[in-house]
Design a protein around this ligand. Sequence first.
Ligand code: IPM
Ligand code: MG
Length: 353
Amino acid sequence: MKATIAVLPGDGIGPEVTTCATELLRAVADKNGHEFQFVEGMIGGCAIDATGAPLPDETLAICEGADAILLGAVGGPQWSDPTASVRPEDGLLKLRQHFGLFANLRPVKTYPALVEHAPLRADLLQDVDILFVRELVSGIYFGDRQEQGDGDVSHDTMRYHRSEVEQVVNVAIRAAQGRRKKLCSVDKANVLASMRLWRRTVVEVHEEYADVELEHLLVDAATMHLLTRPASFDVIVAGNMFGDILSDEASVLAGSLGMLPSASLRSDQFGLYEPVHGSAPDIAGQGKANPIGMFLSAAMMLRYSLQLESEARSIEMAIDAALADGLRTADIAGKSGNAVSTSEFAAVVASKL
Ligand code: IPM
Ligand code: MG
C-alpha cells in the first residue's frame, strides 16, 4: 500500500526517537512491499524559534495531506517562561483539537524482562495490561480560561458536554469488548458537577453493553488502586486532565515512561501517534532516549490508521525479542548499567523484524 505520513519531530529527544521510527518504518515497508512517504513539519519550541508559532500553517497543511501523523515531543526549559505568550505545548493541543482527536489510547503493560527493576513488588506487576482511554479535546484543557498576566486571579474551567463524554466512553467500552470486558471510569463525581455529568453519561452508555463489567472510581482513590491492584484493570476511561495524570502514574508499572506509546483517534482512520514520554531535555542529544514508546506508537499507527495489523505485530514482536535478549536503554538498565544507545537499540529491533 501507499501512505503519506506527516512526521513532526519537535523538541528535546523528539528528533532522535522520530528518526529511529522512520528508519524502522522504512524497513517494515521494504519487507512488505509498501510505499511510505514521510513529510516533515515543525511543531513546538523549534517552530516558535523559527516562525513565532508553535504550530505553523505549513505544518497543519502537511498534516491535512497525510494519512497519519507521527510526533516526537514538544517543550523544553528555554520555552517555559510563565509569562511567555506562546508555548510549545499549545502546538500539540491545537493539533489535537484541530483534527478532533477525541480518544487518546494509552496502553500500559508490564514486560516480564523488566519486572525485576520496577519499583513495585514483582507479584503486583504480574499480568498488568491496561488500556487508558483519555478524553483529549475537551474538559479543563479547553474550557473557558482567564489568565491575568501577573494579576492575583486566574481560572480554568472543567466543562463537558454529554456528547463529548458519550463518544469517548463508546470507544472505551468497545475496546473493552475486544479485551477482558471490564471498564473502569474515573471521575470526581463527589465534588465536581462536570464529573457528575460524566458519571451519569457513562452509566447510560453502559446500558447498551451488558457484557461489559463497569466500575466507577473517584480519581483520588484510583491513583491508589492503580498501584495496589494494577492487574485488576482492563480499560480505564477518564477525562482529559485525570487521564493525563493517571497515565504518567501508570508508566511506573511498565518500568519507564519511555516504554509507553499513544494513539489519538477520531471516528475515521486518521490519527496522531506519539510516545507519552515528552521531550526529556535533560537527556536530549545524548543517545540515551528509549525509542520503544515511539516504536510502539508507530506500530499503533500501522494498526489503526493504515490497517496493517501484521506489520504492527512485527514491530511489537521485534521489541519483545530485543528485550528478551537483554538489550536495554539507560532508563531500563537498572543497576546493571549495561545500556546501549538509542540508535544501537533501534538497529537491533530493526534486525529482528
Ligand atoms: C501528554 C502531555 C501533554 C498533555 C502536554 C505536553 C500538553 O503531558 O500528552 O500527556 O498534557 O496532554
Ligand atoms: Mg502528560
